[in-house]
Design a protein around this ligand. Structure first.
Ligand code: FAD
Length: 288
């Protein structure tokens, strides 16, 4: 099923994101995690794509997406980046996805990596969106968006103009980068309306459940961290169980507020942790 058909039915589209394990991690773990997540009956599970020529990236994304769709019977969305790919590479991947009955793609540019030269055929995600649609294989295409602006963008208005180009290239729905301050998301929705961007937007929610993740968030994320967030985590940073509970409660709080404000979808960055996905899903299921 095309994920775009799930929106506008008066329900919040509640989905999970999972990443393929690193090469040296046991592969069985991800299959049992996916099976546990499937029991929670999300609208779909998306599988990330690791670009940069690490080998096997394409295969693991397609393999896991196929497992979710064809073995677990849950809808899936395969992420696909384009910066390091040629048109021939992408054409082959699309054929492969189609052959595995995968109907939804999150079309991304990918991060620039100085160690991996770009293929110089696709420059922006919008090039990939257009390319996918031209192939005529009938994919539903999602695009990424950053409520607080993409880190490379010099200004937030220019970023929305670029987003408009991407949507006009044929995006069916948007999936947002994580954010921790819902007011930033609501301001972003206003900018979308001003720019005549009318496709549904799923809000990316990342439950932060351990100290390492919290520190990475402070260092790497371009997302604003409200005082409520930093205070909570500073208070519990040396109590792992309390920190996990606080992180889950924070995410639930964000989700309740978003649903109350009519969000189209919630996309949960599960970090491959079914127990976290379960706690959050069970707390908000009746609200969806
Ligand atoms: P784009 O939409 O191309 O935007 C990138 C930058 O270029 C922005 O600053 C934008 O304003 C600018 N821009 C766009 N079009 C134009 C134009 N025509 N002219 C000038 N400037 C322009 N990465 C992975 O490697 N694998 C994944 O699986 C993955 N999944 C993700 C899932 C989500 C929901 C999100 C939000 C991000 C994900 N990423 C993933 C990260 C993503 O690859 C990076 O954010 C990347 O830096 C940009 O990708 P994009 O698709 O947003 O790019």
């Amino acid at each position: 099923m095309k994920i775009s058909e799930l929106f506008n039915k008066g329900k919040t589209v509640f989905s999970f994101e999972v990443f393929p394990p690193k090469k040296d991690s046991p592969v069985e773990t991800i299959y049992s995690a996916l099976a546990e997540m499937a029991e929670l009956n999300p609208a779909f599970i998306s599988i990330t794509y690791s670009a940069g020529g690490t080998g096997g990236a394409k295969e693991s994304t397609i393999e896991l997406a196929s497992y979710v769709k064809n073995k677990l019977g849950i809808e899936t969305c395969a992420h696909l980046t384009c910066l390091n790919s040629t048109a021939a590479d992408v054409r082959a991947i699309l054929k492969d996805l189609n052959g595995h009955n995968i109907e939804n793609i999150l079309a991304l540019r990918g991060d620039k990596n100085p160690d991996v030269p770009a293929a110089d055929e696709f420059h922006y995600a919008s090039d990939l969106v257009r390319f996918i649609n031209v192939q005529g294989l009938g994919f539903c295409v999602s695009g990424a968006c950053c409520p607080e602006g993409h880190p490379e963008s010099p200004d937030i208005i220019g970023d929305v103009r670029n987003l408009k180009k991407k949507v006009d290239a044929g995006v069916d729905f948007l999936t947002s980068q994580m954010f921790f301050d819902n007011t930033k998301f609501y301001e972003f929705r206003e900018r979308l309306r001003l720019a005549d961007i009318a496709v549904p937007v799923s809000a990316g929610i990342m439950p932060v459940t351990n100290k390492r993740q919290f520190e990475r968030m402070i260092m790497l994320s371009g997302a604003s961290l409200p005082a409520k967030f930093t205070q909570t985590f500073s208070r519990f940073e040396d109590r792992p169980e309390a920190l996990a509970d606080a992180g889950i409660a924070y995410a639930i709080d964000q989700i309740i507020d978003l649903i109350s404000n009519g969000v189209d979808g919630i996309h949960l960055y599960t970090m491959n942790k079914p127990a976290v996905a379960r706690k959050i899903t069970e707390s908000v299921r009746s609200l969806l």
